[in-house]
Design a protein around this ligand. Structure first.
Ligand SMILES: Cc1cc2nc3c(=O)[nH]c(=O)nc-3n(C[C@H](O)[C@H](O)[C@H](O)COP(=O)(O)O)c2cc1C
Length: 376
């Protein structure tokens, strides 16, 4: 539910009179929420902090940024999960949250390698629980000199999860899809840009999204993470952010507050639904990532490959957006979950990521907490 599509609400022209005050509200922009993108790799001499200042830009579910790092031992960084930053309704076993940590680890490794430093990750050194993450370390990262840079790193500043409708007049070439899939090194990846598959997966991802939004507790989990307007985003640079003139006005007018969004007869709710469907319904291809088992280590591998795939898509000028609803493990989604697995992992295995691909104009980066907020 993002950005441009909400224009149609204002397009009706009846909501707010254009006064000097509305002009001032509309022109608000964030002051601090995007600074981590500008500062990455710049402000530190400690190579661990340099690498981690990039790692915090990793993609992660609902932008919860659940990472915490202990740097108290030289040449080592111990990664923990912030158990306050889970998604219990849509990610009951913390599978997706773990994938986000895999993205973080891979990005730290790429950034360290860029400085000629090798980074290894010892995963779950004190063990892990398959049903829930806990306060035990997720990984011990060790840094020592000697590593080759990876060309994918160049695309980190421009990497996005592109949550806009895609241009339905621009097909994705099979060769482009193949180039993106080639970036994965640890998991099984596949994709499809045929008309037949696009139509089927548009319908399936649309239905999965409908289920998530129409299941009150899973929808509420998202709404509680909405940050509407620059002030809210600066105060909490995470979650699902809405900035720009339109959202400043919608936030200020109360049209996009929690009550309005939970009221299924409200304009905000209906327009929001239209906006998310405009995304699933303009997919110009899909790709997915499968692991044979579904251990915590597999989920980290999935995250590492997801980061690489996302960067490879950026290198190809291709937009990519995960559409995770169909992969979520709660009863209302079970039928769709089974359909996806029968189709994408017929011999067994877990579909860890499913995404749409296509072309759209570039968008701004999403907010981040600074590294300092994540050090313990
Ligand atoms: C495991 C995982 C699942 C995700 N699922 C979705 C999703 O279902 N829909 C979506 O729009 N974005 C999804 N994302 C993307 C995140 O929302 C995005 O990474 C986050 O908001 C930060 O934005 P950025 O990737 O542009 O930096 C997912 C990311 C990860 C790592």
């Amino acid at each position: 539910m993002k950005r441009r599509q909400f224009l149609s609400i204002i397009g009706g022209g009846t909501v707010l009179a254009a006064t000097a005050a509305t002009g001032m509200i509309a022109s608000r922009s964030t002051h601090t929420a995007l600074l981590p993108w500008a500062n990455a790799g710049k402000t530190y001499t400690d190579p661990r902090k340099r690498a981690l200042s990039w790692a915090i830009l990793a993609p992660n579910p609902h932008n919860r940024q659940p990472w915490l790092v202990d740097l108290s031992v030289p040449d080592k960084a111990t990664l923990y999960i912030d158990t306050e930053r889970m998604l219990p309704e849509t990610d009951p076993f913390n599978r997706q949250i773990t994938i986000g940590l895999g993205c973080f680890i891979e990005l730290a490794r790429l950034a360290a390698a860029q400085d000629g430093i090798g980074m290894t990750a010892e995963l779950f050194p004190e063990g892990s629980d398959e049903t829930a993450l806990d306060t035990r370390p997720v990984a011990v990262l060790r840094f020592k000199s000697g590593a080759e840079a990876d060309p994918l790193f160049a695309f980190v500043p421009d990497r996005r999860s592109l949550k806009e409708p895609y241009d339905v007049t621009k097909n994705v070439a099979q060769s482009t899809l193949d180039a993106v899939l080639a970036a994965a090194v640890q998991t099984k990846v596949d994709g499809n840009v045929s008309q037949h598959s696009i139509a089927e997966l548009r319908a399936l991802t649309h239905e999965a999204l409908r289920i998530e939004v129409e299941t009150p507790r899973t929808y509420l989990e998202s709404v509680d993470l909405f940050r509407v307007g620059a002030k809210e985003v600066d105060a909490n640079p995470d979650g699902i952010d809405f900035t720009g003139p339109l959202f400043e006005l919608l936030g200020a007018s109360g049209m996009m507050n929690r009550d309005a969004l939970l009221d299924t007869s409200s304009t905000s709710y209906k327009e929001g639904l239209k906006a998310v469907f405009a995304n699933t319904d303009t997919a110009m291809g899909h790709l997915w990532l499968v692991t044979q088992a579904n251990t915590r280590e597999d989920q980290i591998s999935a995250g590492r490959d997801w980061l690489r795939i996302n960067l490879a898509a950026t290198s190809q000028g291709l937009g990519i957006q995960p559409l995770s609803q169909a992969l979520q493990e709660y009863p209302e989604m079970k039928d769709i979950y089974d359909q996806v697995h029968a189709r994408m992992a017929p011999p067994g295995g877990t579909v860890q990521m499913l995404a749409r691909i296509g072309y759209a104009s570039a968008v701004a980066p999403s907010p981040r907490w600074p590294l300092e907020a994540k050090l313990i």
